[in-house]
Design a protein around this ligand. Structure first.
Ligand SMILES: *[C@@H]1O[C@H](CO)[C@@H](O)[C@H](O)[C@H]1NC(C)=O
Ligand SMILES: *[C@@H]1O[C@H](CO)[C@@H](O)[C@H](O)[C@H]1NC(C)=O
Ligand SMILES: *[C@@H]1O[C@H](CO)[C@@H](O)[C@H](O)[C@H]1NC(C)=O
Ligand SMILES: *[C@@H]1O[C@H](CO)[C@@H](O)[C@H](O)[C@H]1NC(C)=O
Ligand SMILES: *[C@@H]1O[C@H](CO)[C@@H](O)[C@H](O)[C@H]1NC(C)=O
Ligand SMILES: *[C@@H]1O[C@H](CO)[C@@H](O)[C@H](O)[C@H]1NC(C)=O
Ligand SMILES: *[C@@H]1O[C@H](CO)[C@@H](O)[C@H](O)[C@H]1NC(C)=O
Length: 292
């Protein structure tokens, strides 16, 4: 369900930006990068395919390690992808020393514990995918301070607490996936500030309250997953302003009332999945020829 990001700024341009903006505070070099990754290796308790054990070798160049990508000019680690390796362990604070990291993909492992606060130093991060792990603790609000973040996926973990209103500051964000955790409380109205958002997945949590009207400001939105929560209220009329919407699911909530007639004007929308709710009156205009 997660989409590829299409408009990455060319990496070279980005790295120059990083060099100036991101690394100013802390003196790091490629030795720091190596010790950060060796610390990660040390904190991996189980590596069933022996990937790190055999391929993250201290006397080899870090840029040659499996899952590690570096900038061409300054040999700094820009991407770490150790997805689906069945690794178990925790994330050491040292990972926050990878000052040039643009992309972090830890998805499909069994990392647990809290995300160390030091990760908030990864100011260059544009892509962060840690879905399908066993991370726990309150969802960090510091993700809201990553100026260039385009994709954040924390789906299928054990995160709890409220969705931080700080996430409304992520102006570049195109995909926000928080599904299948234990988030509770309201959907923050600041979500409406994420004007570049194309996909929002917050299904299968313990969210309460109503769908904020501000959601109608997300005119780029193509996919909206709200199902399997404890949402109440009605589907707001403003949903009809989401003219790019393709997928809408609100099933298994406690939403009441009728479906806004205007939803019939959303021409891109595939069959909305409204499911178990107390909705009455399928006041959808357009679906007659699609129902078959
Ligand atoms: C650091 O980068 C330099 C080139 O800039 C390279 O010669 C050196 O081997 C690198 N060191 C490590 C530990 O990767
Ligand atoms: C990480 O690697 C996997 C498997 O090769 C790939 O499917 C995925 O797209 C990669 N992630 C990123 C962020 O490039
Ligand atoms: C990297 O991070 C660790 C823990 O956060 C810290 O102790 C260490 O001094 C940092 N710096 C370098 C250059 O490794
Ligand atoms: C997930 O982490 C918790 C500790 O936070 C642990 O008790 C549990 O066994 C872990 N689950 C799996 C499937 O490893
Ligand atoms: C966002 O939506 C709210 C409520 O629908 C509205 O009052 C506000 O003006 C909108 N903001 C922007 C920037 O469009
Ligand atoms: C949903 O809300 C109702 C009323 O507040 C509460 O009784 C119920 O336990 C909630 N269900 C879940 C799954 O949180
Ligand atoms: C649907 O669109 C038509 C034409 O753009 C408009 O006249 C009509 O008011 C819209 N219906 C609703 C319910 O918003």
């Amino acid at each position: 369900m997660e989409k590829k990001l299409h408009h990455y700024i060319p990496l070279a341009v980005w790295l120059v930006h990083c060099l100036m903006a991101c690394s100013a505070k802390m003196q790091t070099n490629n030795i720091t990068d190596k010790s950060a990754l060796l610390a990660l290796k040390q904190h991996v308790a189980s590596d069933p395919y022996k990937v790190l054990e055999n391929y993250w070798i201290a006397n080899a160049l870090v840029c040659d390690w499996i899952g590690v990508s570096c900038g061409i000019q300054h040999h700094r680690v820009t991407a770490l992808n150790i997805s689906f390796m069945d690794l178990t362990g925790i994330i050491p604070s040292h990972l926050g020393n990878l000052s040039f990291l643009v992309s972090l993909d830890l998805s499909g492992n069994n990392f647990q514990g809290k995300l160390p606060g030091e990760l908030s130093r990864l100011r260059c991060l544009r892509f962060m995918n840690i879905k399908l792990n066993n991370f726990s603790g309150e969802i960090p609000s510091w993700f809201g301070s990553f100026p260039e973040l385009q994709l954040l996926s924390l789906s299928s973990n054990e995160f709890s607490g409220q969705i931080p209103s700080e996430y409304g500051k992520l102006m570049m964000l195109e995909g926000l996936y928080l599904a299948r955790n234990s988030f509770k409380g309201l959907i923050p109205q600041e979500i409406g500030d994420l004007i570049n958002l194309k996909a929002l997945g917050i299904d299968s949590n313990l969210l309460t309250g109503s769908i904020p009207r501000e959601i109608g400001n997300l005119t780029m939105l193509e996919e909206l997953y709200l199902g399997l929560n404890n949402l109440t209220g009605v589907i707001p009329q403003v949903i009809s302003e989401l003219t790019n919407l393709i997928l809408l699911s609100v099933e298994n909530n406690r939403i009441m009332g009728s479906i806004p007639r205007a939803i019939g004007n959303l021409t891109m929308l595939k069959e909305p999945y409204l499911g178990v709710n107390k909705l009455i009156g399928m006041a959808i205009d357009k679906t007659d020829d699609e129902k078959t």
